[in-house]
Structure formats: structure tokens, C-alpha cells
Design a binder for this molecule. Sequence first.
Ligand code: KG4
Ligand code: ZN
Length: 337
Amino acid sequence: MRVLGIETSCDETAVAVYDAAAGLLSHRLHSQVELHQAFGGVVPELASRDHVRRLLPLVKAVLEAASTTPRQIDGVAYTAGPGLIGALLVGSGFARSLALAWGVPSIPVHHLEGHLLAPLLEADPPRFPFLALLVSGGHTQLVDVAGFGSYRLLGESLDDAAGEAFDKTAKLLGLPYPGGARLSELASRGREGVHEFPRPMLDRPGLDFSFSGLKTAALLATRSVRTEQDRADLARGFELAVVQTLVEKSRRALRSTGHDQLVVAGGVAANRPLRAALVRMAAQEGARIHYPRLEFCTDNGAMIAIAGCHRLQAGLVDGDLGIRAHAHWPLTTRIEA
Ligand code: KG4
Ligand code: ZN
């Protein structure tokens, strides 16, 4: 089984070819970051138009790199949501048309399922069941993954996602969009303990998160910023608060589920202090930790192709000619931990 995967839910146009037996054959990505930078955030209409421009050349490039002809493709997977509706419609319409023309099924994929399964692209993949911490620009969730397609939501952010909090605080510090990685770079020059931020929700039971208070605390703290060192100290304090919150909630979730593997996925999984702190925590808890490689932490086509391949093998393909695109689409129904 060989699947072409297409991701267009936000500001990356990404395409990949995944083969059930041989693994990932090729992947390409075009980031729109420069296009949106002047606006300080993603402009949905510009994103949609750029996906239209980029998709076909990217598909040609991945097929060529995978030495694959359309005849060897068994299905076309695409992100059907959640995400920006216009951007999703471009990917969905494109993927469905391609599948129709090639006479193969099209496969709708949930963007977060893609992130969850991204570590399966690595050499030493996690085995089901496992606990997943999903930390992206749009979501912060702890998910109990019993098997392929079997996801139980244990906790999530009640307001801002972790990546969103990073981006908003970065903006307050005058860093260009998307600021998560830049804030972290600035924080690496900051000193610990100069700025103390609250650890949201750690004093309460349960596995939910809240990051909007942290953002407000950051706003207040910026008023006393004078020097470059002040900025770095603030960034360090903020990052530490987010990291410790994510780590302690993950520890709780490992204990309450009894899982001995933790998968960390989504754009914020690229954060180095978070990775290091989670490794330490997992060692203390006797658990193994799995990350996708850095480039597959953020949005990519490979995760959609591998999720699509699993779906195709399970027969979960589009049954009619409708165009599927869901701006809001829960991965799971919520179950109280
Ligand atoms: O998963 P992703 O590529 O897109 C969404 O589906 O949201 O995640 C993007 C998010 C952004 O908020 C970005 O600032 C954040 O991941 N991010 C980071 C780092 N690299 C990316 N946040 C903190 N530290 C990083 N190194
Ligand atoms: Zn994502």
C-alpha cells in the first residue's frame, strides 16, 4: 500500500509518499511563514491562495523523489480538519480530485491523529497503548491512545494552547511571528528565578491546562523590562512555567493510566527545554519517551500519509463525492480521567 499525504490545514503546504512496507519514501514542505510575517499571524485568505499555488509542484516533486508514478499510488490522504476552513477546502478539493482522476480512494485524516502517529515514522516507534502529549499552536491535550483510531481525551487546555501562549508572549517581547522557537532562543540566554510565573492548574486535581493567565502575567512583567537581559530573563521564566506545567500534568497522566510510554507531538514538542525535562521525568517514572524528529513535530505531510495508510488498511476511506472539511472537529469525545 502506497499513500500520498496532503496537509493544508494552516500555513504549511506539505506533501509526502508513505509505503506500508518500505516506510516514508519522500516528503516536501512549503512554509508560508514569510507570507504572513508582516501581519503578525496567519491571514486565512492568503493561506488558501498560496496552498492552491504550491500543491501541484509539491506533488510532482514528492512523486519524483519517491520514484513513484501515479499508477503506484493506492490512496490519497488529506487533512480534513481541524484547521482554517479555506485552507482545508483547498487540500480536500485537490486531494479528492486527484484520487478521482487516478481511480483510487481518498482518505480523510484528522490533523491531530496525524500528529499523534508521527512518532511511528521513527526507527524505534512506540507500541500501542501509550500516553500522548499533544502540544501545538491550536491544541494542548493529553490523550490515552489504546490503538490506531482509539483515542480517549484525558485533559486539555481550557483556554489558550501552549503554542499560542508561546506565540502571544513572543509578540509581547517584540519577536516576529511565529515566536515560539524565537522565544525559546531568547530564554536560553535568560536566568532562572529572576521572573517567577504561576504554574497554572498544578494546584488543582485533574489533567486540564490553562495558559491564558500566564500570558497576562507575561504582559504585566513586560512593563518592567528595560534591558536585553531583562527580556531574556522574562522569556526564561515564562518558558519554565509552561514546561513545568506540561511535565507535571504528563507525570500525573502516566501514573493515572499506568502507561509506560509517552509520545510527545505537535510544534511545541520541538522545544528543547521541554524535551529535556520530559526525558528526566520519564526516567523517574520508569517510562519511555518518543518524539517525532524535529521536522515532523511541526505540521508536515508525512504524518498525514502514515495516518492515511493506516486508515486505508482499515477501509476508512471517503464513501461519496462530498468535500470534507471541518474547521472544528474533536478527535475524541471527552472521558473523565
Ligand atoms: O503543530 P504546529 O506546527 O501547528 C499547529 O498545528 O498548531 O505547531 C506550531 C506551534 C507554534 O505555536 C510555534 O510557536 C510552536 O509550535 N513552536 C514552539 C517551538 N517550535 C515551534 N514553541 C516553543 N518552542 C519551540 N522550539
Ligand atoms: Zn499541527
